[in-house]
Write a new protein. Structure first.
Length: 256
């Protein structure tokens, strides 16, 4: 992507107003709609330090695809996008670099990363172990209310897929997996998953246009097995789903 591509569209789409007392985000949407409601509502919307608010907003904008892989992120440009000074932006960039969302290129600056094959392979190796165990336990422990929650997420995902709302599809993908893990009742799985699934959401969002319809069919099989109380089938469904997702993610990397 050429340097600065999409910058003008973002400036048309979003106006940020900053004062010493607070930061107020005002989003005016065009058809290109480059920055999401979630990003603009985050800045100044919580009683947390400004640097943390900027970090949350930047991380979410990358995960949602508002800043796609390969896009250059300068401190000046992000400060203008978020309506803040450069200092909290600089701190946020250091963190997202450490988390793997951004690469720093000598003499060129910061660019949104594209997960490499090694990173994806490691992520999906962890997912296979985590999600198959969570699926088995969820099938043993799910209540009627738990299954209703999973069905509601499936319905919401189908509607988001039909609307081609890919950011929402990616969010719902992570929400469903996190809900299965919660249903499993294993607090250690939940602790591990908390740090993992933002990266999962990011990888899913990159390939969501092609992956989403297949993903939700696989999720239906998983939820059916959990509802049936069949731990063996739930584990098989989870493993098959993770394998298919890994193949799709690796294909995205190969295609650039």
């Amino acid at each position: 992507m050429p340097e600065g591509a999409g910058t003008n569209a973002r400036h048309d789409a979003v106006s940020f107003v900053y004062s010493k007392r607070d930061i107020q985000s005002v989003s005016v949407y065009t058809e290109e709609n480059a920055i999401t409601d979630q990003l603009s509502a985050t800045i100044g919307g919580q009683h947390v330090p400004l640097r943390d608010q900027v970090l949350i907003a930047l991380r979410q904008a990358i995960v949602n695809g508002d800043y796609p892989p390969g896009e250059r992120l300068t401190e000046d440009r992000l400060a203008e996008d978020f309506g803040v000074s450069r200092n909290p932006v600089r701190e946020a960039l250091r963190v997202v670099q450490a988390e793997g969302f951004v690469n720093l290129v000598p003499r060129r600056g910061a660019f949104v990363a594209l997960p490499d094959a090694s990173t994806i392979a490691d992520m999906f190796a962890m997912r296979e172990q985590l999600e198959t165990l969570a699926a088995r336990l969820a099938a043993e422990r799910a209540t009627v209310a738990d299954v209703a929650d999973l069905r509601a997420l499936l319905d919401a995902a189908r509607e988001a897929t039909d609307r081609v709302d890919l950011s929402r599809v990616a969010e719902l993908n992570s929400e469903l997996h996190m809900r299965v893990i919660a249903i499993s009742g294993n607090k250690w799985l939940a602790s591990i998953a908390t740090s993992l699934y933002l990266q999962v959401q990011w990888v899913f969002r990159i390939g969501a246009a092609h992956r989403a319809p297949h993903s939700w069919i696989e999720h239906i099989r998983l939820v059916d097995a959990i509802e049936a109380g069949d731990p063996g089938e739930a584990e098989v469904a989870a493993r098959s789903h993770v394998h298919a997702a890994a193949v799709a993610a690796l294909e995205n990397v190969e295609e650039g």
